[in-house]
Design a protein around this ligand. Structure first.
Ligand code: DQA
Length: 141
């Protein structure tokens, strides 16, 4: 099993950025824990603050990866280009958010990418990524 995690803008600042919303752990620390928990799964990680680089990564891995876990950050709410990229590839994509975006500002209530994704998991803190991984593993069973 090969799973690709793609994190979008500002998610490189996890642990530092608004910890009351996003927690105190860096993504690198969380990733170590996640990889330790699923030794049988190859979990690749990519983060970019640049929309086009996220699209390039989706196109690069999106025909071979068994699944993609995508936290597109704020591009979730704006990016038709990400929607189109997700639709253009064959790997199933799970949209993930750390926070419950529906309990936050109105501009976070709309996702441009949900309809192109296999499913959505949000609001469980960093554990949202593990739940998305479980969902992708279940698809393969
Ligand atoms: C986020 C929610 C987005 O609204 C926000 O722009 C982020 C993080 C989340 O994981 O909760 O950058 O995707």
């Amino acid at each position: 099993m090969r799973i690709q995690i793609i994190n979008g803008p500002n998610l490189n600042l996890l642990g530092v950025r608004e910890p009351s919303i996003y927690g105190h752990s860096s993504f690198e620390d969380y990733l170590k824990e996640l990889r330790g928990r699923y030794p049988e799964v190859q979990i690749d990680y990519f983060q970019s603050n640049v929309e086009g680089e996220m699209i390039n990564k989706l196109q690069e891995v999106g025909f071979e990866a068994d699944g993609i876990i995508l936290n597109a950050g704020a591009y979730t709410h704006t990016s038709v280009a990400l929607h189109d990229a997700i639709r253009s590839i064959t790997s199933p994509v799970v949209e993930v958010h750390i926070s419950n975006v529906h309990a936050r500002e109105a501009f976070r209530h709309q996702s441009m990418i949900s309809a192109a994704c296999q499913g959505v998991i949000l609001g469980f803190g960093l554990d949202s990524y593990r739940l998305a991984l479980e969902a992708l593993l279940a698809l393969k069973r």
